[in-house]
Design a protein around this ligand. Structure first.
Ligand code: FAD
Length: 491
């Protein structure tokens, strides 16, 4: 790499990505009076998930008072589950309030990074060849950042418009069109009810049905917002109650998967109430245990599917033609527009960046069998590299922002140790990482996520690389500060 360096700059901390993870860490650095950091973002604006997923109906599915930073509460969320634009605006407000703009460089994609052992610095190369150096490198590039596209035979032949839900074509009017939606995950259940009334025909291609429960959503009343603004303690109490309400669900996901059978009754009731058509109801029965894939919440998904202009197609797609999809049962489904609601390449952490640690070892090589990190943050052989929302830190039951805040404490602890003890670098001991990950994999195998389904939580080989198999408070306890004995501390 580094054949043609154009400029050279040096920072104490370099953060890759400006979603919640990167912006939150930058806010924490600011709060500590730290100025020596730079945030690189490949897109033209900050926001990550909440910049990219502007499809109709996009919203969080964890209540907003819990899905926002505890150290930067927003008292005036308009709804219990805020829409995408409001969440993105919150991120932008954080950037302004903490005066982060001078620390952010957009249109700056990190292509590779190489650790220089002698100097104890990361040399980072951007697309375009520019070089930047930093003592600590923080990856905050998310688990759900790169859209996944299905490999369908004949796709290049399709003549209509085709796009991914995370790259929504707002310029395209879907009115009166025959639309094919591939996928029935968290994004599809949000946008399908929004587009169904407009389109002439909607074919929903479903590989496996989702468990969908009622969404306890509503707008906050003006007096509720006023009360929270006046007595901020009320907002904190609300957040705590929501936290506890979500946290008990970990019991069913991780420790007692049989408890899911109780929740299943709510799903059956919800489906029965909302879907009068018996044929469609049968198609909407999942064929795997509840919780194995992400449980979804919506009040308008089943009612939308019940409409006569919607067909649920559960035969696999065999081929794409110029103006149609053909399924394995030989039927041809004409369509003008194709929407991929096929999720993200979630198990390919940090891809396609090339990261080289000690002795030139590549992260790709180290992660051949699947990504793993100690506490989701440190990887042995890659000193002074810290991951946010890294391997095994995703949740099925609560807010990712809670996990991020735990990670901030740990990473800031490492940065402090580097400075105060004048270390060149901190390198995790390999045996600490393997012991930790053995335990993670053993625990996850007892969880609901290993009870017979394919999901984005696992690699093709079935290794669980994404989810945290535990309570979020035990993760918080575990990450409250780094244990320096876990690391080789090199002066
Ligand atoms: C539609 C949707 C809804 C969701 N809803 C919820 C929810 O309700 N609750 C919840 O807890 N979680 C939810 N999530 C998960 C969500 O991704 C996380 O909560 C959180 O937003 C992740 O933030 P992040 O900063 O780690 O990653 P991201 O938001 O993905 O941000 C990563 C950033 O890194 C940038 N980047 C990546 N690679 C590079 C590179 N090489 N160089 C420079 N920049 C780079 C990207 O452009 C992006 O801006 C949802 C995800 C999706 C997709």
């Amino acid at each position: 790499m580094h054949n043609n360096p154009r400029t050279n700059a040096s920072w104490r901390v370099l953060i890759i990505g400006s979603g919640f993870a990167g912006i939150g860490l930058a806010m924490q650095l600011r709060r500590r009076g730290e100025d020596d950091f730079l945030l690189l973002e490949k897109a033209g604006e900050v926001g990550g998930t909440w910049r990219d997923n502007g499809y109709p109906g996009a919203a969080c599915d964890v209540p907003s008072h819990l899905y926002s930073f505890s150290f930067e509460p927003k008292h005036d969320w308009t709804r219990k589950f805020a829409p995408q634009a409001e969440i993105h605006a919150y991120i932008l407000q954080c950037v302004e309030k903490y005066r982060l703009r001078p620390h952010i460089r957009c249109h700056s994609e990190v292509k590779s990074a190489r650790f220089n052992e002698g100097r104890g610095i990361w040399q980072v190369e951007l697309r375009g060849g520019e070089l930047i150096e930093a003592q600590a490198l923080v990856s905050a590039c998310g688990q759900l950042n790169r859209p996944a596209y299905p490999a369908l035979p004949g796709l290049q032949r399709f003549r209509g418009d085709a796009f991914h839900s995370a790259r929504w074509r707002h310029d395209l009017d879907l009115s009166g069109k025959r639309v094919a939606v591939i996928g029935t995950g968290a994004s599809a259940i949000q946008f399908v009810p929004q587009i169904q009334p407009k389109v002439a025909q909607l074919c929903l291609f479903q590989r496996s049905a989702a468990y969908v429960l009622a969404k306890p959503d509503r707008a906050y009343r003006a007096w509720e917002i006023a009360l929270k603004q006046r007595w901020t303690l009320l907002q904190r109490v609300d957040r705590l109650l929501q936290y506890l309400h979500h946290e008990v669900r970990a019991l069913a996901f991780i420790h007692f998967p049989w408890l899911m059978k109780l929740f299943r009754r709510s799903f059956v009731r919800h489906l029965q109430q909302q879907m009068p058509d018996e044929g469609k109801r049968a198609q909407l029965q999942p064929d795997y245990p509840m919780g194995c894939k992400r449980i979804l919440i919506s009040n308008d998904y089943f009612p939308a599917l019940a409409q006569s202009n919607v067909e649920i197609v559960d035969s696999p797609i065999r081929e794409v033609r110029e103006q149609a999809l053909v399924t394995a049962d030989g039927r041809e489904h004409p369509c003008d527009v194709l929407i991929y609601a096929t999720g993200f390449t979630a198990t390919e952490f940090l891809a396609p960046m090339q990261i080289f640690g000690l002795h030139g070892k590549s992260l790709q090589q180290a992660w051949q069998a699947g990504a793993e990190a100690y506490k989701g943050i440190s990887v042995s052989g890659f000193p002074n590299l810290f991951l946010l929302y890294g391997p095994n830190t995703n949740l099925g039951h609560s807010s990712i922002l809670y996990m991020l805040e735990s990670q901030y404490a740990y990473v800031l602890g490492c940065l402090r140790a580097l400075r105060e003890q004048q270390l060149r670098y901190l390198d995790l001991r390999p045996e600490v990482q393997s012991r930790y990950n053995l335990r993670i994999q053993q625990t996850v195998q007892r969880s609901i996520w290993d009870q017979g389904c394919h999901s984005w939580y696992k690699t093709a080989d079935g290794r669980h690389t994404n989810n945290w198999p535990g309570f979020t408070f035990s993760y918080r306890y575990m990450t409250r500060q780094p244990e320096l004995a876990d690391y080789d501390c090199v002066r």
